[in-house]
Design a binder for this molecule. Structure first.
Ligand SMILES: Cc1ncc(COP(=O)(O)O)c(C=O)c1O
Length: 381
């Protein structure tokens, strides 16, 4: 079976550096915090061009810590897309805040300023745009709207690390995750920048917010054993920092490889009328965390099941990110009024994601695209 993500080959390319640095961690016996975590924090700040990176235990914690640092209180409403991974909305509910779910754009599958504007009420306090599948949400109008309504913006950058918003021919623009009041990311192993366990980080250019988030992530203490706030225990460990630091040097290469694979996929799938290729925002680069197609047939969910089974027979995996709108998940039902969001519903019934990682070869791409082509040719007959 082909893997969805090939971490083995990726590791083989950076093995000597990781193994050497890992041995240094074992020899030092400094496992939590310390020089390796600091070195990674500094490298990531430099890479992203952001003043503060606050490493933490995972991307879900990063979102939670951001909301705690912003002082959001029970009853406050936070606007999120209904088509996203559960973590985005989960922490909102966990803190007693109210997730307000909106529809998304059918092409980029992202929340837009128009969706957000329609959901704003006097209780709205924050927005969490998600840069889904590696495609940046269109942040300029979202930031303008937030400023107009005095709202906080927390970017969920778990899937888009390394993407540039508003790149110019002369420069690289600004990195996603550094535009809002906070950006949050995940270093889950399969992410574009992933460690070999759990990890995450917050990004901010605001000194006061950075200090607060750092304190909350460390039991609410600014000085050892003196606790100013209720906090959490959310730390990145030195072993994960070593892996992340080694991989960060290659992140642009990894994302370029993902883009080459996406271009190949687009070239073939753009010719198949039953498929819609992922839209790309003209004002940002795409990190292609996932390559996600939409099926355009009279019964897309049925075609998707048949296609998945057909591919499986050929040892090609496909995943459905995400099969159920957030508001239809039992855990979130109480936050939902009646009705449905048509684009989210259509996406949940029609999306499917194919293998996408930094180690895709022409041979793998030819095998996958050939199988998908032959499926649709067979259906035609
Ligand atoms: C969009 C999104 N938000 C948040 C998260 C949560 O990250 P983690 O799994 O590190 O908690 C993920 C990752 O799974 C994600 O894809």
């Amino acid at each position: 079976m082909l893997p969805m993500v090939d971490l083995k080959t990726q590791y083989s390319r950076i093995k000597s550096e990781i193994d050497r640095e890992m041995q240094e961690v074992f020899d030092s016996c400094i496992f939590i915090g310390g020089p390796k975590v600091n070195a990674f924090r500094e490298s990531l700040e430099q890479y992203l061009g952001v003043k503060h990176v606050i490493p933490c235990a995972n991307g879900t914690d990063a979102l939670q810590i951001a909301m705690m640092a912003l002082g959001l209180k029970p009853g406050d409403e936070v606007i999120v897309p209904a088509f996203t991974y559960v973590a985005t909305a989960e922490v909102i509910a966990l803190l007693g805040l109210t997730p307000v779910m909106t529809d998304v754009d059918p092409g980029t599958m992202n929340i837009t300023a128009a969706h957000i504007e329609a959901a704003i009420t006097p209780r709205t306090k924050a927005i969490v745009p998600v840069h889904l599948f590696g495609q940046s949400a269109d942040m300029a109008p979202i930031m303008a709207l937030a400023e107009k309504h005095h709202l906080f913006v927390i970017e969920d950058n778990a899937q888009a690390i390394g993407a540039d918003y508003n790149p110019t021919p002369a420069g690289r623009g600004v990195k996603t995750g550094t535009i809002g009041h906070f950006g949050c990311t995940s270093f889950f192993p399969s992410k574009n920048l992933g460690c070999y366990g759990d990890g995450g980080a917050l990004m901010t250019n605001d000194d006061a917010l950075a200090a607060k988030a750092r304190m909350i992530a460390n039991h609410g203490q600014s000085k050892m054993y003196y606790h100013d706030e209720i906090g959490v225990n959310s730390r990145l460990d030195a072993m994960q920092a070593v892996i992340l630091n080694a991989k960060l040097k290659h992140l642009d290469e990894y994302n370029a490889a993902r883009n080459r694979a996406a271009d190949y996929y687009d070239g073939v799938f753009g010719q198949i009328p039953q498929l819609r290729i992922p839209a790309r925002e003209p004002n940002s680069t795409h990190a292609f965390h996932q390559y996600t197609l939409q099926i355009n047939t009279p019964d897309p969910a049925q075609t998707r099941e048949e296609l998945k089974a057909y591919l499986l027979e050929k040892d090609i995996p496909a995943m459905i990110y995400y099969p159920v709108p957030l508001y239809k998940q039992p855990a979130f039902a109480k936050y939902w009024k009646a009705g449905t969001l048509p684009v989210t519903e259509a996406l949940c019934a029609s999306v499917f994601s194919l293998p996408m990682h930094s180690e895709m070869t022409e041979e793998i791409l030819a095998k996958i695209t050939g199988a998908v082509q032959s499926f649709f040719e067979r259906v035609k007959k």
